[in-house]
Design a binder for this molecule. Structure first.
Ligand code: AQP
Length: 326
């Protein structure tokens, strides 16, 4: 089986954007691939985090991985900080990466703009992500559309490294969801939905209550056209809601447009809220049970052992190639 790797930052509770764009795919892919999924807690500190909350969110995200259906008997689940090779490899990668390459990353530019003071880790972030991927010999990386540039950077790095040192690293490819790979904010259809958005009305988190979900969807911005059409240019906010609907149901965007022809936005939003609640409720029930169980800690412990074994092998290959050691 080919190997895949992906991760999510515990920088907030995952949103339906993270779920649709990435996490749901983790579950589908675990049958076909040898999968490793990581809670990338060291990525999360590229922007300020409250220490106690960061620890809680790390465990919560691991519980959510299991609650959505990632099966520890099929996939390896671990926390990034349990595998020191990740940060160790990031140094090696940084020393083989141009400053200009990192400065060109649009995610860096977006996130830097939102910070009062930008730390060097925010710029270096993609190097740690490259490390995450290559240490697990991943052939494929299931991620949302916003990560394309980082995947390209990873591929370029691997080419450069292998050209210089021989065939040391596996070159990965991104796997992106087909439609709606980028879920947009409910308050601004021009910016992507983010779990760390200061405006909580911009996202539906996977742990929001039915009441919160309904309120957020009902107050999602629309437009003055008043008709349901799937037109990303003229009606981006409605197109985003239609994509969320299509992604969480078995209906196509065309089916949805037809079903709500002549009905206005009210009934559409009501049904969308119900749909989102019906998808998240069973996940939340499983999540609550897992969070308070020692099973979760056992799974993370076992995952760390497996992940360390794998990651240390690749780190050793890199060190040997570069000439680190004596
Ligand atoms: N809006 C989105 N639509 C589709 N996919 C998305 N992803 C993120 N936002 C959307 C995908 O979710 C995975 C995990 O993302 P991450 O935690 O590594 O960081 P991120 O991409 O920076 O996600 P957020 O939610 O915006 O986090 P914050 O607010 O902390 O920056 C990735 O595969 C990503 O593509």
């Amino acid at each position: 089986k080919a190997r895949i790797f992906s991760g999510v930052q515990p920088s907030g509770t995952p949103t339906i954007g993270n779920y649709i764009g990435a996490m749901r795919g983790f579950v589908q892919l675990q049958d076909e691939y040898d999968a490793t999924y990581c809670v990338v807690n060291q990525h999360a500190i590229t922007v300020p985090q409250e220490p106690k909350r960061l620890k809680e969110m790390t465990r919560e995200l691991a519980a959510l991985y299991l609650a959505i259906g990632i099966d520890p008997n099929k996939s390896t689940i671990f926390v990034q900080s349990d595998v020191p090779a990740h940060t160790q490899s990031a140094w090696l990668i940084l020393c083989h990466t141009g400053l200009g390459e990192l400065e060109r990353m649009t995610q860096y530019k977006d996130k830097a703009q939102k910070q009062e003071a930008v730390n060097a880790g925010l710029l270096a972030y993609p190097a740690l992500m490259v490390g995450d991927i290559i240490l697990h010999d991943a052939a494929y990386v299931p991620v949302g559309d916003d990560q394309r540039q980082h995947i390209e950077l990873t591929r370029n790095f691997v080419d450069r490294f292998n050209n210089r040192y021989g065939d040391v690293l596996v070159k990965p490819e991104g796997i992106y969801p087909k439609a709606g790979a980028r879920v947009m904010s409910l308050q601004d259809p021009m910016s992507k939905m983010s779990k760390s958005d200061a405006n909580e009305r911009g996202f539906v988190s996977m742990l929001d209550t039915p009441n919160q979900i309904t309120k957020k969807i009902k107050s999602a911005v629309t437009d003055s056209i008043g008709e349901i059409n799937y037109d990303k240019e003229a009606q981006p906010a409605i197109a985003n809601l239609i994509e969320i609907y299509a992604n969480l149901s078995d209906k196509s965007t065309d089916d949805i447009v037809q079903a709500y022809a002549g009905k206005g936005y009210g009934p559409f939003k009501t049904d969308l809220a119900e749909l989102v609640v019906s998808v998240l409720e069973p996940i939340q029930t499983r999540y609550e049970k897992l969070l308070s169980s020692s099973e979760l800690d056992d799974i993370l412990h076992d995952g760390a052992i497996k992940a360390n074994e794998q990651a240390n092998q690749v780190l050793a290959r890199m060190n040997k190639a570069i000439g680190i050691g004596y």
